[in-house]
Design a protein around this ligand. Sequence first.
Ligand SMILES: *[C@@H]1O[C@H](CO)[C@@H](O)[C@H](O)[C@H]1NC(C)=O
Ligand SMILES: *[C@@H]1O[C@H](CO)[C@@H](O)[C@H](O)[C@H]1NC(C)=O
Ligand SMILES: *[C@@H]1O[C@H](CO)[C@@H](O)[C@H](O)[C@H]1NC(C)=O
Ligand SMILES: *[C@@H]1O[C@H](CO)[C@@H](O)[C@H](O)[C@H]1NC(C)=O
Ligand SMILES: *[C@@H]1O[C@H](CO)[C@@H](O)[C@H](O)[C@H]1NC(C)=O
Length: 560
Amino acid sequence: MVTRFLPAISLLLAVILPLISRVVVSQRTDGTSFSPFSGQGEWQLLQASIGISAMHMQLLSNNKVVMFDRTDYGPSNISLPSGLCRHDMNDSVLKNDCTAHSVLYDVNSNTFRPLMVQTDTWCSSGSVRADGTLVQTGGYNDGDRVVRVLAPCTDNSCDWIEFHGYLSQRRWYSTDQILPDGRIIIVGGRRQFSYEFYPRSSTSSSPSDTQRLGFLGETTDENENNLYPFVHLLPDGNLFVFANNRAISLDYKQNRVATEFPSMPGGDPRNYPSSGSSVLLPIVDNNSGTAEAEIMICGGAPSGSFTQATLGNFSRALATCGRIKVTDENPSWAMETMPMARVMGDMVILPTGDVIIINGAGSGTGGWEFGRNPVTRPVIYHPQAMDRGTRFLVMGPATRPRMYHSTSVLLTDGRIIVGGSNPHVSYIFSGVTYPTDLSLEAYSPPYLAPEYRPIRPTVTNARGTLGYNQSFSVTFTVSMFLRMGIVSVRMVAPSFTTHSFGMNQRMVVMRTTGVSMVGPNAYRVDVVGPSTAEIAPPGYYMLFVVHSGIPSTSVWVRIQ
Ligand SMILES: *[C@@H]1O[C@H](CO)[C@@H](O)[C@H](O)[C@H]1NC(C)=O
Ligand SMILES: *[C@@H]1O[C@H](CO)[C@@H](O)[C@H](O)[C@H]1NC(C)=O
Ligand SMILES: *[C@@H]1O[C@H](CO)[C@@H](O)[C@H](O)[C@H]1NC(C)=O
Ligand SMILES: *[C@@H]1O[C@H](CO)[C@@H](O)[C@H](O)[C@H]1NC(C)=O
Ligand SMILES: *[C@@H]1O[C@H](CO)[C@@H](O)[C@H](O)[C@H]1NC(C)=O
């Protein structure tokens, strides 16, 4: 036995030793880690066609991903279940439609089934409620004041339930965010300089449910470059709202602007149709009830690009990112430059705390037919790297362009699921530069490479429900525990992603109080739950253990 093992061990050490030194060098005191992986990751085709082009995506706590596009695209490539048809006299394209425009994709089995939406979900928004149910808001035409809910189920019984006329205003291109009290705020929308809440306060919708937000009126321009405003819930309970090139902190309870931040240097717009992307960088929670918060916004398209694109002139996208630590006394933007320019990219927080920027185009803007030069290579950004020159790493290319109306979200195993892309006003599968793409792919970042298997932790036990400031422990196994490595535990809220923005996306790095060995290759990490509902609003999160920069597959936990 022993002799048979020896070659295996020396092989393991040959793999691990260079890794240890790299990992040790990159230790951080703040509990986040920076892992200079080798490799460029891997692309995998999951489905050649799911029948629709995934314009909107939300991962649910049963590992199923809700996807939908719009009902006025004409017939899709998948039939509605059990011979159902949609009859909608208000649909502008197809009044009798027996095809589906939404599917539920099961990650574990790599299968999908059609769902039924009755009214138009085009360019809408959403958020998962604290109980795990997806609440989707607004859309276009007959769907613009509709709220639709989809509760997770383990069998095939769940489908959309629609509440017509629920919203007080038409909400098309608005942004949703769950609040500490479990309500959802719905901000803006086309020609809507206001916000409202779900659930609404009365049984029927009333104009008094609407609160005015003048900032959205001020930031609109001739190309309306302030749609899908970037909204992030801050640890002090206010909302960071970024529109066009300006940012505020909004006290939505008092309906007042708490802080006006400096506008982003350069003055170029970052919101749809000049679609950049935005994330709240990982929050490090020390259970003091407060925490630092930093926002990062990347890419977009220069002022006037939309007008230029209508004239056939596709401007080079923006290559800059801005970071602002909003909790500083005098916050200011620090600008950085990406290895390539990108518009319509998605920023997705990885379990390591790094940010991947994926999908999009090198020139043009959001909107029908207005993107050019697909950027097929994702980049991974390491927010903690001291040396700016090493923060961005360029990853391996995808084979399919992911242009307007493409999406991507993080899965529990650390892969990114990528779908959609349809820059056309209907489904067009051939004879055009960027045909409608109905496929689903998964991108595996370098941390999933087999060479890291010996140090990849596997969570064996974690409690399903966490309380605020509550101590708990997570047990995990790992074949090779690195004494010098860092173990950290983080929670990620799954985002509702569309149009290059992951609504509700956030990571909270929890306070670790100790790591101990509890058996052969088995360890226990003691952790304290997040401080407050402002730092981690109630609901389901993916809990990852990261050992020496390598994440486990996550388990779902519910904070309440
Ligand atoms: C439509 O679906 C069929 C199978 O159901 C598939 O063979 C075909 O390639 C799909 N079309 C596109 C454009 O993906
Ligand atoms: C169609 O639109 C009319 C007028 O807006 C509305 O009263 C009716 O309920 C709509 N029908 C459907 C099926 O949405
Ligand atoms: C958690 O503890 C901190 C520090 O004592 C406190 O400020 C915060 O309010 C607590 N959170 C909750 C939900 O009670
Ligand atoms: C916890 O974090 C807050 C916010 O960053 C900071 O003000 C405070 O000093 C920290 N407390 C400890 C004990 O580290
Ligand atoms: C194309 O657009 C860019 C900026 O978006 C502008 O600088 C350039 O002059 C335009 N070219 C033409 C031919 O209009």
